[in-house]
Write a protein that binds this ligand. Structure first.
Ligand code: KG4
Ligand code: ZN
Length: 347
């Protein structure tokens, strides 16, 4: 039995997770504590890196204490530590990595610097067990929109496609601003969309033409198109049908994400799709993905929302898979890499 501590600080959530790795390779979640600085960023309409770093610094030790209380464990019970070392905000990553190094050094346990994106994939194993090989992962958050081929979450992940401009969550946040809805924009748009007509306005589906990159995404044109449409209404002195705009925008996002994910799975002959990241909480995305996966004979796995957004449990889970696979730990010279490619699962 092995206890693994996971630390996450790549964006605006300070996450501490604790898992138990069983002798049979099973991973059990013992604690998942998160402190978010999202409210401190709300008035800026996006994450302010310096504010996030300071918030991590303040939240790290209290969040750690809460996680150990919930798990009913002590620091001395920890056998290994995993920490996000990239990709993410440089200053924010530094807080988690520095904390992890200090804990690893003082406890005399191995340290694993891990990839945040691989962590999002590993999160699903906490809910649905081991991943079939290969699996396809659709990661959709405020910072990322990617399609990944996952042969082994601990050792082999390959990028199949990604956004060439905005991330899906970023588009939600920007469109929310245009509609005078609060930040982060995903939840209020999702709610408004449920009252609106998804066919009211025909917004563009980026990169879906016959000559466009098959597996890449683009959301910047969609965001601009929504902004232009709203501006035109305002110029004409007409009221903005917020619910219809939200529903039509959301339909365009969900349509493109699910169509491209199913197409990639079919192209690569993969029959399991995992959707993770903050946008995986979206009601229409989940509904359309379920319909299209069922029609294509693909098994869909979406972790519960709490595991989809940034957290420490996913980092602990990834750490457990690395320990189980016998991957060499990182050195205490470990550095952060804000642009760490997804193919580098641990450093
Ligand atoms: O994974 P996450 O918590 O943090 C990042 O790594 O970015 O994702 C946050 C993003 C935000 O852009 C937020 O607007 C979006 O996820 N989001 C949603 C929903 N809930 C959160 N987007 C669409 N629908 C939702 N229900
Ligand atoms: Zn994330």
């Amino acid at each position: 039995m092995t206890i693994i501590l996971g630390i996450e600080s790549s964006c605006d959530e300070t996450g501490v997770g604790i898992v138990r790795l069983g002798a049979d390779g099973s991973v059990e979640l013992l604690a998942d504590e998160v402190a978010s600085s999202v409210e401190q960023h709300a008035r800026f309409g996006g994450v302010v890196p310096e504010v996030a770093s300071r918030a991590h610094l303040e939240a790290m030790v209290p969040t750690m204490r809460r996680a150990f209380d919930v798990a009913g464990l002590r620091l001395s019970d920890v056998d290994a530590i995993a920490v996000t070392c990239g990709p993410g905000l440089a200053g924010a990553l530094l807080v988690g990595v520095s904390a992890a190094k200090a804990y690893a050094l003082s406890l005399g346990v191995p340290l694993y610097g891990v990839n945040h994106l691989a962590g999002h994939v590993a999160a699903d194993t906490l809910e649905h067990g081991a991943l079939p090989s290969p699996s396809l992962a659709l990661l959709v958050s405020g910072g990322h929109s990617q399609l990944l081929r996952v042969d082994d979450v601990a050792s082999r992940i390959t990028e199949i496609g990604s956004t060439i401009d905005d991330a899906a969550g970023e588009a939600y946040d920007k469109v929310a601003r245009v509609l005078d809805l609060p930040y982060p924009g995903g939840p209020p748009i999702d709610k408004a969309a449920q009252r609106g007509n998804p066919r009211a306005i025909a917004f563009p589906r980026g990169l879906t033409g016959p000559r466009d990159a098959r597996h890449d995404f683009s959301f910047s044109g969609l965001k601009t198109s929504v902004a232009r449409w709203v501006e035109a209404q305002e110029r004409a002195g007409a009221a903005i049908p917020v619910d219809d705009v939200a529903a039509s925008f959301q339909e365009a996002v969900a349509d493109v994400l699910t169509a491209k994910a199913v197409r990639a799975a079919t192209d690569l002959d993969i029959t399991t799709l995992i959707i993770s990241g903050g946008v995986a909480a979206n009601s229409r995305l989940k509904q359309l993905a379920a319909e299209r996966c069922a029609a294509a004979g693909i098994t869909l796995r979406v972790p519960r929302p709490r595991l989809c957004t940034d957290n420490g449990a996913m980092i602990a889970a990834l750490g457990a898979h690395l320990v189980a696979t016998g991957v060499t730990p990182s050195s205490l010279d470990l550095t952060t890499d804000p642009a760490l490619p997804v193919s580098v699962i641990s450093v």
